[in-house]
Design a protein around this ligand. Structure first.
Ligand SMILES: C[S@@+](CC[C@H](N)C(=O)[O-])C[C@H]1O[C@@H](n2cnc3c(N)ncnc32)[C@H](O)[C@@H]1O
Length: 259
């Protein structure tokens, strides 16, 4: 096993502020919603500064209409349903949707992808729209979020997506995927325990992380080694020029390792 820290896009950036923080809240608490729902009275709907920006459509290409419809759903219902904090509405594109989209470049274009702890659908729904040849499984334990995810999948007609209710650990032995993603779900050591057993040998875990990514890799070194985590990289993933990059930790499961 080896660890490699790469800063391809320059200095590591915090992927998002309070709302889109890619660092996990306590026991997977929804950071986006927890900080502000119920405390800030929503006034008139704030406008996303990237709404209508042609660079977003150009970056997303054929996935744009679906991701844009997801943006509309989150704008109209996300705060009311406790999925995002009011302050996030104006930065859904940059901090949440493009932050999620950035991960696609580090994933295989076919096979199965499990998005663990999907919450409002990030990054799983965005990735499903961008990677139509990938079978996406959204894994989420909380019933009200599972209901939301099921509605999103039906309304956006994402026929490459299934929603499964439960904790990642409950799927060990039942699911073997080419890739797993996770955003703001748990520190890397815990995430590795939950997700590496879900991967085929040679499969990849791509975890969206913030500035502490390299420290998390260091803290998880022992667990990664024990569970067959092989080549591990901290990568910067950009989308539209001038916007924040997304920091991801990418771990390849050893080819010789089963579970
Ligand atoms: C902070 S939210 C992040 C949601 C979404 N990924 C995002 O970035 O907006 C963490 C999510 O992880 C889920 N979660 C917590 N523990 C989990 C586990 N063991 N397996 C799967 N999901 C888990 C929670 O229910 C919650 O929806």
């Amino acid at each position: 096993m080896w660890f490699h820290v790469e800063r391809a896009g320059g200095a590591a950036a915090e992927v998002s502020g309070g709302g889109g923080s890619a660092s996990a809240g306590r026991d997977g608490e929804d950071v986006a919603a927890a900080g502000s729902v119920g405390r800030e009275a929503p006034t008139e709907a704030p406008v996303d500064r990237l709404a209508g920006d042609p660079r977003v459509e150009s970056y997303l290409g054929p996935a744009f209409p679906v991701v844009s419809a997801f943006h509309t759903m989150l704008t109209e219902e996300g705060v009311l349903r406790g999925l995002i904090g009011p302050r996030e509405v104006a930065r859904l594109w940059e901090r949440h949707l493009l932050n999620s989209a950035a991960v696609a470049q580090h994933l295989p274009g076919t096979g199965q992808l499990v998005d663990v702890g999907s919450g409002a659908g990030l990054p799983g729904v965005v990735l499903a729209a961008m990677l139509p040849d990938v079978e996406v499984v959204l894994v989420e334990p909380m019933e009200r979020r599972v209901d939301w995810l099921s509605e999103v999948v039906a309304r956006l007609r994402l026929d490459n997506v299934v929603v499964r209710r439960g904790r990642a650990e409950e799927f060990h032995g039942a699911v073997e995927a080419e890739a797993v993603t996770a955003r703001a779900v748990a520190p890397l050591d815990r995430l590795a325990r939950w997700t590496l057993p879900l991967l085929v040998p040679g499969g990849v875990l791509v975890a969206l992380k913030g500035r502490q990514a390299a420290d998390e890799v260091e803290a998880a070194r022992h667990v990664l080694r024990k569970l067959g985590g092989g080549a591990t990289q901290v990568l910067e993933a950009g989308t539209v020029e001038g916007l924040e990059t997304t920091t991801v930790v990418r771990v390849v499961k050893d080819a010789a390792r089963r579970r």
